[in-house]
Design a protein around this ligand. Structure first.
Ligand code: GSH
Length: 343
């Protein structure tokens, strides 16, 4: 029986890059298989074994134990934890585990907007990325005109989706400011510690990594990163292949680096207010989520999956007890993250 996991995706996807880095750090044997779904109308790009997988998103992971296919990098990361206790990416302290999940969620759902914005909002980035992604999906030996046609169709589809995920000209100033703040936090992190929760990487690190990996590879955000935060490049490289890292968790919230609290503060100032506004818009059947953050406007259509993310985070917070709960509560309040958790 094949005992290797199979990780289907393309490196153009932040979530696929994130999972690949997790597999590598965790010493879990896997095969990387380039794959996508119906991204180009009229072009059959779907591998036969993935035909029944739903929802049709990558990355997909095939688990060798029960030979099952799974999607959603967060759920997959937690599922891997249950199967493989060694080299866990969930801190032992439940309060820190919750904070790591919160930062992972911000990486997946909020910093993704940064990556998507830069990737699809100007000609240079658009034309660079669409070809890279399509070349990976189609593999070698494919005529150039087929790659070009697929790339154009993929690019047009992604550009049409920009408003759906909030990547509009109106939101651009806020998105750019979020990017700068993350880069500055990563510069500070590199100066004070290796990773967000100690000298070993956490789920939170991998979530932030996914979005930053994408930004590093794309022309415009990559240039901004090289100029503003060379330390981020070094951190991304380290985390991408961290199979040799063997570190320890910090003991408690008191030992967290300033960078980790800066990222929590960014969550308190931007991501969590957005999640609350998104939840309220869904509850009241509004067609638009609209709010001001860091003195800048932000608007998009409500997103159901992100309401689910908030519920999941609340449940995890509610499960905390004793000292872990008290310490976490204090830090959430200090960083402006309390409102989302009713504190
Ligand atoms: N929450 C999911 C998101 C995965 C996701 O959105 N993947 C994108 C590519 S980056 C996708 O496949 N989208 C489907 C499409 O574009 O049709 C995860 O963490 O894996």
């Amino acid at each position: 029986m094949d005992s290797r996991y199979r990780l289907y995706g393309v490196l153009g996807s932040p979530y696929a890059a994130k999972l690949r880095a997790i597999f590598r750090y965790r010493h879990i044997p896997f095969s990387w298989i380039p794959a996508s779904f119906d991204w180009v109308p009229g072009m059959d790009l779907v591998r036969p074994e993935l035909a029944q997988v739903t929802p049709r998103i990558i990355p997909v992971v095939w688990f060798p134990g029960d030979e099952s296919y799974h999607v959603d990098s967060t759920a997959i990361a937690y599922r891997l934890e249950r199967h493989h206790p060694a080299r866990s990416i969930v801190p032992d302290n439940p309060g820190l585990a919750f904070l790591s999940h919160l930062l992972e969620d911000m990486g997946d759902e909020w910093l993704l907007k940064v990556a998507f914005h830069y990737r699809w909002s100007n000609e240079v980035d658009r034309n660079f990325t669409n070809r890279l992604v399509m070349s990976e999906v189609l593999g070698g030996g494919v005529p150039q005109d087929r790659i070009e046609a697929a790339s154009r169709a993929f690019r047009d589809r992604q550009i049409a989706r920009m408003p759906l995920v909030g990547c509009t000209p109106q939101n651009a100033p806020l998105i750019a400011e979020v990017y700068r703040r993350v880069l500055d936090a990563m510069t500070d992190l590199r100066a004070s510690s290796s990773f967000l929760f100690g000298t070993r990487p956490s789920l939170g690190d991998f979530g932030v990594f996914g979005a930053l990996f994408t930004c590093r590879n794309d022309p415009t955000p990559g240039a901004i990163m090289r100029d503003r935060s060379p330390a981020s490049l070094d951190w991304i490289q380290t985390l991408d292949e961290a199979s040799g890292v063997d570190g320890a968790w910090v003991a408690s919230t008191d030992d967290l680096s300033g960078a980790t609290t800066d990222l929590l503060r960014l969550a308190g100032e931007t991501y969590l207010p957005f999640l609350l506004a998104n939840e309220a818009a869904i509850e009241h059947g509004r067609e638009k989520v609209s709010l001001t953050m860091l003195g800048m406007p932000y608007a998009q259509a409500p997103f159901r999956y992100q309401a689910k993310c908030l519920r999941w985070l609340r449940q995890e917070f509610e499960a905390l007890s004793g000292a872990a709960r008290a310490q976490t509560m204090a830090l959430l309040r200090e960083t402006g993250c309390g409102a989302a958790f009713g504190i």
